[in-house]
Design a protein. Structure first.
Length: 64
């Protein structure tokens, strides 16, 4: 998820530069912004899943 996030951020930067130079359309820019939002959501979900697994393990071994 982290590599996906980094790739989406880099792609958006490049498309923004192309858009500012008139070499990309608005729908391409908006599409890359949507891709970045999806990548961020995936990254956050992976953190939540990891934290939930750690908590479940803690409970399984007699933690709080």
């Amino acid at each position: 998820a982290n590599r996906q996030l980094e790739a989406s951020e880099e792609t958006l930067i490049l498309v923004r530069l192309r858009y500012q130079a008139g070499a990309a359309l608005l729908d391409e820019l908006l599409g890359r912004e949507a891709d970045l939002t999806e990548a961020r959501t995936g990254w956050l979900n992976s953190i939540i899943t990891h934290n939930q697994a750690q908590f479940d393990l803690l409970l399984a071994v007699g933690g709080p």
